[in-house]
Design a protein around this ligand. Structure first.
Ligand SMILES: Cc1ncc(COP(=O)(O)O)c(C=O)c1O
Length: 487
């Protein structure tokens, strides 16, 4: 029911059953209502929404006709995806995310916070290829990761003030796989897990699909460690998932004082914490002032990784090459105590015998040039952040758009709770974006939108113009009928 608040905002003159079907369709499409979810009976839904039974019956019929539901009166109704969209879990990524370059920018993409490859990537692959003959006589399996890469990753932590050995690193196929692997070992079905609110949607989904129950910790105004401790005590949660380094989607950085307090709280409560540092290298605190022409300010130091503040057995850190270098590498890792890494390696070997060698070699090369790549990327991304913010100020002056400390997105505050409606309208105009509630639990954040600045500035400006039309199209009917032709 919380996901259906404001369901009538479909626009003037749209019958209630269409507005309701439209909202349910969007919830299925963006994954908030997973496929095969049993919907409430028509009568129950009508009573809960204080609408007529005819409205809910007609809405369900429309959903069935469009392929977003199956079942019948009496037998119950459950969610599906139209055959052309495939079956299984509703896509966490939009269907168009194929890895192919966007044909002449035919579609605007505000849905993915991931950058194009840096110039250093292709040479890194070439260097990796040249080294491959050395590995060919062996069997090629490196289940815990290529020793050279584990070593480079460990060195990077040590240089950041957190002494680390290669045996404390397990290389995975991306941070998301790392998260699933960690959850499979440290979470039981039914466990409560503290998550930041808003949070990274795939993480919340990983926790839920593995039977965990997410407990929200508000972080829009920063981390309140006292509140976190209270929540842990009240709910019995003994696991938390946090992103202290440029939180996705708010772009916030946890202060050193908060890290210290959090570390002490972890020692005190015995809670375990999964720290996702995927965005750590995208620090914009110095790059944004520089891109604004304010030169001369001293670079702000990054606080030490959170694992440096808490007992080693209680912190599990996730990292990724996806944002720093490129998503196509599919390289991530876990940093934890050596015994835990050993257990994770064994668990991983049960279902996946390791990552590809070439990508691991290429990533090891890229890590050699980390400082240079990072500096260039930060400058590039800072310019885009400012261009998007300026375009929003011009086209959507009522939106409040705080500048992030880092990361690749703006977390926009809308003057009205119409995020899902705007996402649906923008999509019908060719621009994909993820509505605010995708980052929340139980329908929260209908008055927020996350806008990544991952594309060149000119694209961002053009996409913002479409977004503005979608926002102002409040009365424009965007209904299931439109979609029947576009899905
Ligand atoms: C916070 C966070 N964690 C993990 C991931 C997934 O990373 P990977 O591509 O390494 O699986 C992302 C990607 O968007 C992310 O934003």
């Amino acid at each position: 029911m919380p996901m259906l608040t404001e369901w009538r905002t479909g626009g003037e003159g749209i019958p209630g059953y269409r507005a309701l079907a439209d909202r349910l369709r969007l919830l299925v499409l963006d994954g908030r209502l997973p496929v095969d979810t049993v919907l409430p009976s028509e009568r129950t839904l009508a009573e809960a929404l204080q609408t007529s039974r005819t409205t809910t019956t007609s809405a369900y019929r429309l959903l069935r006709e469009a392929g977003f539901a199956e079942g019948s009166q009496g037998a119950g109704t459950w969610t599906t995806l139209p055959r052309s969209e495939g079956r299984g879990e509703a896509p966490i990524w939009p269907e168009h995310l194929s890895g192919e370059p966007d044909p002449a920018g035919a579609r605007g993409d505000f849905s993915s916070a991931a950058l194009e490859a840096p110039a250093e990537l292709y040479p890194a692959y070439q260097a990796a290829l040249a080294e491959m003959p050395r590995f060919l006589p062996g069997n090629g399996y490196v289940t815990s990761g290529l020793p050279l890469l584990r070593d480079r990753i460990a060195q990077r932590y040590t240089a950041a003030g957190l002494p680390t050995t290669p045996e404390q690193i397990l290389v995975t196929n991306g941070a998301l796989q790392a998260l699933h692997l960690v959850l499979s070992l440290v979470m039981e079905r039914g466990d409560r897990v503290l998550v930041e609110h808003p949070t990274y949607p795939a993480a919340a989904q990983a926790i839920r699909t593995r039977g965990g129950r997410c407990v929200p910790l508000p972080v829009e105004a920063g981390w309140d460690i006292g509140r976190m401790a209270t929540l842990i005590r009240q709910t019995g949660a003994h696991l938390a998932y946090v992103m202290p380094d440029f939180q996705n989607p708010t772009g916030r950085l946890m202060t050193e004082d908060d890290r210290r307090e959090l570390g002490a709280m972890i020692a005190d409560t015995g809670c375990r914490i999964i720290v996702d540092e995927t965005m750590r290298e995208l620090d914009l605190r110095t790059a944004i002032p520089t891109a604004q022409g304010r030169e001369g300010s001293e670079p702000l130091p990054m606080p030490r990784p959170l694992a440096g503040f808490a007992p080693a057995e209680h912190v599990i850190t996730l990292g990724s090459a996806s944002k720093t270098f490129w998503g196509g590498l599919r390289i991530g890792w876990v940093r934890a105590s050596q015994p835990l890494i050993r257990r994770l390696g064994l668990a991983r070997g049960n279902e996946d015998l390791g990552g590809p060698l070439l990508e691991q070699l290429a990533t090891a090369h890229l890590l050699e040039n980390l400082d240079q790549i990072k500096a260039h990327r930060q400058q590039l991304v800072a310019g885009r952040a400012l261009a998007l913010r300026e375009a929003l100020a011009q086209n959507l002056p009522g939106w409040v758009v705080p500048l992030p400390q880092g990361g690749i997105s703006l977390w926009c505050h809308l003057p009205e709770p119409r995020s899902s409606h705007v996402a649906a309208a923008a999509r019908s105009m060719g621009v994909w974006l993820t509505p605010g509630p995708r980052f929340g639990l139980d329908g929260a954040f209908e008055a927020r939108i996350r806008l990544p600045f991952a594309r060149p500035s000119a694209d961002l400006v053009a996409m913002t113009e479409v977004l503005s039309r979608a926002w102002h199209a409040q009365g424009r009917p965007h209904t299931m009928d439109d979609d029947l032709t576009t899905v």
